[in-house]
Ligand binder design. Sequence first.
Ligand code: 5AD
Ligand code: SF4
Length: 466
Amino acid sequence: MQKAFDIGLDLLVGGKAVAAGAAPDFIAGAPQRGTFYLETFGCQMNEHDSEKVAGVLLSRGYRQVHSVEAASFVLYNTCSIREKAAQKVFSRLGEFREMPGESKKIGVLGCVAQQEGERIFHRSPWVSLVCGSASYSKLPELLAQLEAGEKRVTGLDTDTDETFETELTRRDNPWRAYLTIIEGCDKACSYCVVPYTRGPERSRTSDSVLRELRQLAELGYTEVQFLGQTVNSYADPSPRGLKFSELLRAAAEMPGMRRVRFTTSHPRDFGADIVEAIEHDERICNHVHLPVQSGSTRVLRAMQRTYSREGYLEKIAMIRRGNKHIAITTDIIVGFPGETEREFEETLSLLEMVKYEGIFSFKYSPRPNTPARAMEDAISEEEQSRRLAVLLELQRKIQTEANEKLIGQSFEVHVEGKSRKENQWSGHTSCHRVVNFSSAQPDLLGKYVNVKVQSTTPNSLIGVHQ
Ligand code: 5AD
Ligand code: SF4
């Protein structure tokens, strides 16, 4: 998160926005309780969950502090998507080994909590709270139990059909807000822990989503990012029954909203109606994050991705056929068990064909409970690293060439950061490219400005305010 942001606090009480702007770390008038330190690992869903957890605790009278030393509760919101992410959490927990008799209570939230459950108490006996994301609404109760003298408490159900909606969300960015529209995942990709750690798919009602969006607009937010592991699998559970593309259209019409974006889309549920919505309303951002994972149909089948190379490329052709340029980014896993050199080359050739605006790429990491863990023909770490380097080099070339073609063009940029260097600013285009630019004008943070591109790097555009 950029340091230039003011910390924003949105108090959403009884359906009305009552406070915005610079945020205190406590709420005046609430009963005064202990202090908490909250650190987040992992994806945007986790970042946003932490914003909601902080909001819930603040509303119950807990005060947020920014060092472990000052905290009575130390909470880690954790990620277990790959082995390394999970290890990081255990090494952070290990730092408390040397602090016997401390009155501090340590809590593990999020995906490692859900995955490891009570085993965390055996591995790190100084931990007193373990709570997965599907049980966050129980958090205040769990903390109260600890304060009342209980030694160990857990919230580990995933069969809840509730989503985690809060009256108060402590948002860290005062202009762009995250908004979860669907939680959990019902796909069953053979490598992925998410269906185990975040539980089954649960969509929020469109009324609840649009109510929160209205509150955000009243608070001064102009950009919203709809979040979900498979955001486009959204299905309104209320009688209104909005499809994902209809929800996007309704959101874009909210007075005050200038940009609506969404992530992550699953190729299987990506239909022409979403492309039409993007074309229809320029407030719906022209960027789609569409993870492919592999360019080989055999590997995709082993991954249980439910589409083939050809099926995926048809979706890309559909997105590109429209009359508006839509930026496409993706996720790739290299070194899935049994991936041959030829199959890896199919991923390279897919990158050449699609020419993504950006990619996130990962070495396959075996995860607990997942079917891929039992697959034979593991690819060595060394070979995975080699494939990753080859992939990244190719993508660097693709992005360099594509970005150079943008020199001389102008883009609308939502300004989100100010550099320490004088007159230097940064932000994103609608298609989610990072733009660094110069402007002598003061107070641009949060504004939308036109920037003309003068030069580029593989990952960003550099320009001047027009
Ligand atoms: N190993 C490596 N990468 C993974 N991802 C998910 N699970 C694994 C795993 N076991 C990647 C996928 C997904 C992204 C969020 O993380 O590419 O799209
Ligand atoms: Fe994991 Fe697949 Fe669900 Fe994405 S769609 S969260 S990769 S199981």
